[in-house]
Design a protein around this ligand. Structure first.
Ligand code: ZN
Length: 306
């Protein structure tokens, strides 16, 4: 929700967001990033994040995540009772200055301060703290990003106490060879448990190919957005994040159990489209439909492709 809703002009009413969260959780989506703890004047689309976290926490089994831009946001996220918070850390320092108005040195201080805030929280109320390595696959301002820098920043934030890092293809520049290489380099440097997730955009149509590389490299949390909401202002017709409906179909058709019901997911899509009139939704499965004879991974146990 977070990445999609922050990138569009429409402001979805809080009630419609709650209905979306509840319907997606009921369809079996295991984790939802419901918002971002940023000042409402910067992102009015996400001004109700604390209320959404409180609501999402009432849904059994749902893992509730939120983005935090800084220590202040992290304190609000901890207070809200979120399960996981992610701080975007741009590997491109130019992007870091443009996006968060912070140098790398300032970002490392922010990471350390957030770790201290987490450690000041009673153990049973501590969220998991992830640092998302934004622009890890390339930057619209700097262009190519040195992979050594990605690994160096990953090592440093984990040394400062972050629970894990995530790889973020913020710009949709990534390719599967890069995904494979960066994942294995970070796993080798820090251990597999320090990198489990990836955030992909489909700006140049490489999203699902990148998912395949991520799966083969051992990543297990793949970010996507319903209907690929968000789009890309620089690439008309391109979705924003990879499309949840297409991702679930890819995984289930390969025999990888997601626990997500595709028909229910497609019903959520209708519901969200109705709440966001005029906004574009993307994806192939929703248009083409589920193929004749399709069976879920769970129904075909023993035939899973690994
Ligand atoms: Zn994104």
């Amino acid at each position: 929700m977070r990445d999609g809703l922050q990138s569009i002009g429409s402001i979805m009413p809080t009630g419609a967001k709650k209905d979306w969260i509840a319907a997606e959780a009921a369809a079996g989506v295991p984790e939802i990033e419901v918002g971002s703890f940023v000042p409402a004047r910067l992102l009015p689309q996400l001004a109700d994040t604390a209320e959404l976290v409180a609501f999402a926490r009432t849904l059994p089994g749902l893992h509730v995540a939120a983005l935090v831009p800084n220590l202040k946001g992290a304190r609000a996220a901890i207070e809200s009772g979120v399960d996981k918070m992610s701080l975007p850390f741009s590997v491109s320092e130019t992007h870091s200055l443009a996006n968060l108005n912070r140098t790398h040195a300032q970002m490392f201080n922010e990471v350390a301060a957030i770790v201290a805030a987490v450690n000041d929280t009673p153990a049973d109320a501590r969220p998991r703290f992830e640092v998302g390595l934004s622009t890890a696959f390339g930057c619209t301002l700097e262009g190519a990003i040195d992979e050594d820098d990605v690994v160096r920043i990953a090592e440093k934030v984990v040394r400062l106490g972050a629970d894990e890092v995530g790889l973020s293809d913020t710009t949709g520049y990534g390719n599967p060879a890069q995904v494979r290489r960066l994942t294995s380099r970070i796993h080798a440097a820090l251990g597999r448990e320090r990198l489990t997730g990836i955030h992909l955009h489909n700006t140049r149509g490489q999203g699902l190919a990148n998912v395949m590389a991520a799966l083969e490299a051992g990543l297990t949390t793949i970010d996507s957005s319903l209907g690929g909401i968000g789009g890309c202002p620089f690439a008309p017709g391109a979705s924003g994040n990879i499309v949840t409906e297409d991702l679930v179909f890819l995984l289930e058709s390969m025999g990888l159990h997601t626990g997500i019901d595709i028909d229910r997911l497609l019903a959520v899509r209708e519901q969200v489209q109705a709440a966001l009139p005029g906004e574009s939704l993307y994806g192939f499965l929703p248009n083409a439909g589920v193929p004749k004879g399709f069976t879920y991974a769970r129904a075909r146990r023993g035939h899973a492709v690994t």
